[in-house]
Design a protein around this ligand. Structure first.
Ligand code: NDP
Length: 249
């Protein structure tokens, strides 16, 4: 599906795989220039090449959302201009029983899913403010239905997502007055490599069993919703979107 996003300039974090890749492709197909931010340079370069081959505009930017982003912002400005559509999608999900005390995993999730999201938003907020003044600006945060669920082993992951959901709702009260729409997007199960970085075979087996029971959405299903939200008339803000596989309770 394509949407009307001609003249828009987007940044998609975590564009190297899964949901981020499909969001980038959908936005580019819809006419937006898209900066692809992820740590894996080869993956974003490959994606930029594919988008260009399909007639789209994309800029590969190897970047870590937890790092200083001064140069990243300069690179995006030089390559694509002012950003008016920021998709905070980069995230990690690591799960273990809390009693294992995996401070290393907790730190990675908090640093990426929450502090990283803040870092990127801070880096591009001047762009969003200027774009909001001139027309349309969007901040779309990829949280998770996990922000509302309770289940074992994922306490810290779900806490980071609950924080993102609450951040989106509160930031919206400031950004609305500046003409910046804030959309909080909460996917249910989606087929990606998100669960592939865990190191506990029991927790991994549980996730695999869950996925066998609930056929996950495809990343394109989520990208479709992002394209729709960003292309609404500027007075329309889809502020909270929970997108579930039909059979997931
Ligand atoms: P993936 O693992 O495929 O994508 C995550 C992306 O984040 C990767 O491309 C990775 O790229 C990037 N990333 C991770 N850490 C950093 C970092 N420090 N700096 C920059 N980029 C980073 O999984 P998904 O596509 O599923 O995940 C996308 C988002 O969707 C996440 O926020 C996730 O929590 C959320 N989500 C996913 C669900 C699912 O069922 N799959 C359900 C609900 C929410 P690289 O390694 O190159 O940096």
């Amino acid at each position: 599906t394509t949407y009307e996003l001609n003249g828009r300039t987007a940044v998609v974090t975590g564009a190297a795989s899964g949901i981020g890749t499909e969001i980038a492709r959908t936005l580019a197909r819809s006419g937006a220039g898209v900066a692809l931010l992820s740590r894996r340079a080869d993956r974003v370069q490959d994606l930029a090449g594919k988008i260009a081959a399909d007639g789209g505009r994309a800029l590969a930017v190897a970047a870590d959302v937890t790092a200083d982003l001064t140069e990243v912002v300069e690179t995006v400005h030089a390559g694509l201009g002012r950003v008016d559509l920021l998709i905070n999608n980069a995230g990690v999900m690591l799960a273990n029983p809390f009693s294992e005390g995996r401070m290393d995993e907790w730190r990675r999730m908090i640093d990426t899913n929450l502090t990283g999201l803040l870092n990127v938003t801070r880096a591009f907020s001047a762009d969003l403010v200027a774009a909001g003044r001139d027309g349309t600006a969007d901040l779309i945060n990829v949280s998770s239905v996990g922000a509302h669920l309770t289940f074992p082993n994922y306490a810290v992951y779900t806490a980071t997502k609950a924080a993102v959901t609450h951040l989106s709702a509160n930031l919206r009260t400031e950004f609305a007055a500046l003409g910046i729409r804030v959309t909080n997007l909460e996917p249910g199960l989606v087929s990606t490599e998100l669960g592939d970085h865990m190191d506990n075979p029991e927790v991994e087996a549980h996730l695999a069993a869950w996925r066998a029971e609930v056929p996950p959405l495809s990343p394109a299903d989520i990208a479709d919703v992002v394209g729709f939200a960003a292309s609404r008339p500027k007075q329309v803000n889809l502020r909270q979107l929970m997108v579930m596989p039909t059979v997931q309770a």
